[in-house]
Design a protein around this ligand. Structure first.
Ligand code: ADP
Ligand code: MG
Length: 204
């Protein structure tokens, strides 16, 4: 079972990963965006960690909702509301149990990713974070929530697969053909989110 500590480890792990990889994320965003993705996520996940520290109680669901809210209110860019929606909707889907089964998390993440697609009007192949998130939640659901490592591998492959894609959404969408040949920054950060999820489970 996954308890509140697991979700805290996931979020603090993501904050550390974003800190470590901020320059790379910003470089990717400077090629096909406005060079703020690393800074955006750094600010957002630092706020998440702070809010979680100030909330010593909390269930898996309520902690994810809290984290999502922080991202929505502190990240200026498109990625804030999108990642915020992912965590908030997944958290709501988990309800108020003190512990959740991995298969429940797999299903909750699927709900969250569907909400991201709806909010952004994007689908797989549009060269966005969804190109990493969708294969990851599919891999997790296929293994009934057991294989976090498979989810992380799928997210990595999905992020790399955005390189030859032509962007259809967000700032990169305005570049059209010129977006080809660059990895999508949001897909790269989504792969980090899934990798840190796997690490919180001890699967990576
Ligand atoms: P901004 O584009 O406002 O500067 P960020 O740089 O923080 O915001 O985030 C950019 C990332 O957000 C993109 O690389 C992409 O993955 C994701 N993104 C942008 N628009 C959408 C959308 N409509 N649907 C899904 N993801 C999107
Ligand atoms: Mg940007």
């Amino acid at each position: 079972m996954l308890d509140a500590d697991f979700f805290r480890r996931w979020m603090t792990g993501m904050a550390a990963a974003v800190d470590r990889e901020a320059d790379r994320l910003t470089e990717l965003d400077s090629a096909i965006g406005d060079a703020d993705h690393g800074a955006n996520l750094r600010r957002g996940f630092a706020a998440v960690v702070k809010a979680l520290e100030e909330e010593p109680s909390g269930t898996p669901g309520s902690l994810l909702v809290l984290a999502g809210r922080q991202l929505i209110s502190t990240v200026g860019g498109a990625s804030g509301p999108l990642y915020g929606t992912l965590l908030r909707r997944a958290g709501k889907a988990l309800g108020d149990a003190a512990e959740v089964a991995p298969v429940q998390l797999a299903e909750a993440l699927r709900v969250g990713v569907a909400a991201v697609a709806q909010l952004g009007g994007a689908k797989a192949g549009d060269k966005t974070m969804l190109d990493a998130l969708e294969p990851a939640v599919e891999a997790l659901a296929e293994s009934l929530g057991e294989s976090f490592a498979a989810a992380a591998d799928a997210a990595d492959q999905g992020a790399l697969a955005t390189v030859p894609m032509r962007a259809r959404k967000g700032r990169a969408g305005y570049l059209g053909e010129r977006s080809v040949g660059h990895q999508d920054p949001g897909a790269a950060s989504a792969a980090l989110l899934v990798a840190t999820l796997a690490a919180a489970r001890g699967a990576r």
